[in-house]
Design a protein around this ligand. Structure first.
Ligand SMILES: O=C(O)C1=C[C@@H](OP(=O)(O)O)[C@@H](O)[C@H](O)C1
Ligand SMILES: C=C(OP(=O)(O)O)C(=O)O
Length: 412
């Protein structure tokens, strides 16, 4: 394995304790854009310490022309729309991987609105140069764009829509991927006085300034998923995750319901949620991940470890995330004797044939979720994880929180 790696093990396999989650990076990054667009005072409480959020906060106010969004998808997409529609000439770039993550659908929509923007490398991908903005529409701006590639293009446009002279109407073509993230965007805009309508495939926003106010960011449900997996795989376990609410803006809160079949019970308390291991697990489960793509790795690894035949659909966007997550899962699950096989176009089956026993080294491919999804396997045996610092993208304290519940984490 190249780069540094850590070794993780757990002497007893019994987990008990209280765990601190990071705040939601998705909520934080939307709130930061709204704050930057509002003429009134907005106070944000419990912003995430994730690199994706720290980075956005810095870049929003950077005076330099060149903006480096690193590996953060929301930062790249939200800032492209923000700098464009507030008429700030900038060059936007990112990591090598970011320059292979598509952005053409957003750029086309911005051009239709009147933004002059050009590709500095390959057509359809960062780096980009924003030259200026002269609104094209004399009435309500109307843009049609594909909804099946990334919801981040849509959220990016929506967040800036109230500052357009006549508002915005988006017509989404095709299937809508990651829909709860669009709903989260609209719900957060509503908190600051912006109403919208989302009927069928059409979203409309009237022009209006964002109102001031205070917003407190909830803990991150995607990060919570790794704790569900840990609870499901431990010999005995009871874990309190603080800062999560039953009525969440985050679509990944669906994990609470989905994990029942994997043997985890969720009890909602005032301070958060209590996870307890139960004996009730299903043998065969089918999950459509179109609404919850960030949970796919958690469930793939968990199903393999629990020997549950999991049928996974709705994985299209996984190929354009921090890495090609389908390829990465296939390679790394194979080290544990498990497979992720495409049984018919778009349907993948996780199966486990042997598993566990040997000391195994997992590679992470610059993807925080690869590191965190495989970490629970350390409950069975010592495992090594390559480039453990990847977790800083969304959950910088992940390894320390594992230590708090008895994991031995060496090398970092
Ligand atoms: O808007 C957001 O905060 C996000 C949207 C999703 O991306 P896609 O819409 O590209 O699936 C998700 O995977 C990502 O982690 C965060
Ligand atoms: C896909 C992710 O993030 P982004 O697209 O914002 O880089 C993620 O956090 O899993």
């Amino acid at each position: 394995m190249s780069g540094i790696s850590i070794s993780i093990s757990h002497p007893t396999g019994i987990l008990r304790g209280t765990v601190q989650l990071p705040a939601s990076k998705s909520e934080s990054n939307r709130a930061l854009i709204i704050q930057a667009l509002s003429p009134e005072r907005i106070t944000l409480q419990n912003l995430s310490d994730a690199n994706d959020t720290v980075l956005l906060q810095r870049l929003l106010h950077a005076s330099e022309k060149e903006i480096n969004a690193e590996d953060a998808g929301t930062v790249m997409r939200f800032l492209t729309a923000y700098f464009s529609l507030t008429n700030q000439p900038k060059v936007l770039t990112g990591t090598e991987r970011m320059c292979h993550r598509p952005i053409g659908i957003l750029v086309d929509a911005l051009r239709e609105l009147g933004v002059e923007i050009k590709y500095l490398g390959q057509e359809g991908f960062p780096p980009l140069e924003i030259k200026g903005f002269e609104p094209k529409f004399s009435g309500k701006s109307n843009v049609k764009l594909r909804g099946d590639v990334s919801s981040q293009f849509i959220s990016a446009l929506l967040l800036c829509a109230p500052v357009l002279p006549h508002g915005l109407r988006l017509e989404l073509a095709g299937k809508i991927a990651s829909r709860p993230y669009i709903e989260m965007t609209l719900a957060l805009m509503q908190q600051f006085g912006i109403s919208s309508s989302f009927i069928g495939n059409d979203i409309e926003i009237a022009p209006k300034t964002y109102e001031g106010g205070t917003f407190s960011v909830e803990a991150d449900w995607s990060a919570a998923s790794y704790w569900y997996s840990l609870v499901a795989l431990a010999k005995k376990s009871e874990i309190l995750l603080t800062g999560l609410k039953e009525n969440s803006l985050q679509g990944d809160s669906k994990v609470a319901e989905l994990m029942k079949d994997f043997g985890v019970k969720t009890t909602f308390l005032k301070e958060g949620i209590l996870l307890t291991k139960t004996a009730e697990t299903a043998e065969k489960i089918a999950i459509d991940f179109s609404d919850i793509p960030d949970l796919a790795q958690t469930f793939a690894v968990l199903a393999a470890a629990k020997n549950i035949a999991l049928e996974m659909t709705g994985l299209e966007s996984l190929r354009i995330k921090e890495t090609d997550r389908i390829a990465a899962l296939q390679t790394e699950l194979a080290r544990f004797g498990a497979t992720l096989m495409e049984t018919k176009p778009g349907t993948f089956l996780v199966k486990n044939d042997s598993v566990l026993g040997r000391k195994i080294a997992v590679q992470t491919y610059h993807d925080h979720r690869m590191a965190m999804a495989f970490a629970p396997l350390a409950l069975f045996q010592e495992i090594q994880i390559g480039n453990p610092e990847v977790v800083k993208k969304s959950y910088p304290q992940f390894w320390n929180e594992l230590r708090k519940v008895g994991f031995v984490v060496e090398g970092i």
